[in-house]
Design a protein around this ligand. Structure first.
Ligand code: MN
Length: 288
């Protein structure tokens, strides 16, 4: 099942080329607040309450005309995996990987949805795209083994981990508003029995920059959940961005970024650099 958020908070199920409005079939979905109705559904299933949507006779909108939002506009946590593909490690000339670096957090306020724009903060610093498979947690996970990890997954989505190439900590460089495009929906885990076999492609401005298969992850999805849950308890709706392959590169005003992941979906966003300012003009004193 593909679950989407649309029309300012409506809950939709993708059915072929249509989006079917099922808001009225989930208790509290219409008043789910900033975390949204998909989050509400995830929490409902985490409590073991079965919800079966009946799509017959429900209002339908062609997907092409639907005003999709980020399916999870305000995740509890967004966790990132640095240097989790060997080819990306090589292109950045890193000497360490996720196994040495652990994971990092991105601000949950950085999420945007399909069709929105990434805002470039600086006119003279690179802001790069990183196309990544996103894992959505479905059950509270603390110290789970790799063997048990997939039982804690609700589903998968496309994530762009947008990053400024400057000297600050990762959590700063990756947490600007608009820096986590997410969507276009969440695909439930039953449709993807093995997340470590998915083709991923990321195009910028019509040119393919990144092409990989999640089989090449250093920490696969199971290991990443096992490791992360040994550090922090994962809650339903938390998102793990699994890391990016080689081919990261600078975004420019007017670019379209398209991330396509097999069995998951295709996320497309724009790039707006019209409000970018020189790096030296950022707030804060630098004389001590
Ligand atoms: Mn990344």
């Amino acid at each position: 099942m593909r679950l989407a958020l649309f029309d300012k908070g409506r809950l939709g199920v993708v059915d072929g080329d249509d989006l079917v409005d099922v808001t009225d079939q989930l208790t509290g979905a219409g008043t789910a607040g900033p975390a949204g109705a998909v989050q509400r559904y995830i929490e409902t299933t985490a409590r073991g309450e079965a919800v079966r949507f009946d799509l017959a006779g429900r209002p339908r909108t062609p997907l092409a005309e639907a005003a999709l939002q980020a399916p999870l506009p305000l995740p509890g946590k967004i966790i990132g995996a640095p240097v989790n593909y060997l080819d990306h490690k090589a292109e950045m000339e890193y000497t360490t990987s996720v196994a040495d670096l652990g994971v990092f957090l991105k601000a949950n306020s950085s999420v945007i949805g399909p069709g929105e724009d990434i805002l470039l903060p600086y006119s003279d610093k690179r802001t790069d795209q990183e196309g990544e498979l996103g894992v959505v947690i479905g059950r509270t996970a603390a110290h789970v083994s790799a063997d048990d990890a997939l039982g804690h997954v609700f589903g998968y989505t496309c994530v762009l981990d947008i990053t400024v190439r400057s000297g600050e900590d990762r959590s700063t460089r990756k947490s600007f508003d608009t820096f986590t495009p997410l969507g276009p929906w969440v695909v439930t885990a039953d449709e993807i029995p093995d997340p470590d076999t998915l083709d991923l492609r990321c195009d910028v401005g019509g040119t393919t920059r990144q092409r990989t298969n999640t089989a090449d992850l250093i920490f696969g999805v199971r290991e990443l959940i096992a490791y992360t849950s040994s550090v922090m308890t994962l809650h339903p709706g938390d998102v793990i961005a699994t890391g990016t392959p080689a081919g990261v590169g600078p975004l420019a005003h007017g670019d379209r970024v398209v991330l396509d992941i097999e069995k998951v979906g295709r996320l497309e966003v724009g790039v707006d650099g019209s409000r970018a300012t020189p790096y030296e003009r950022r707030p804060g004193r630098r004389d001590r």
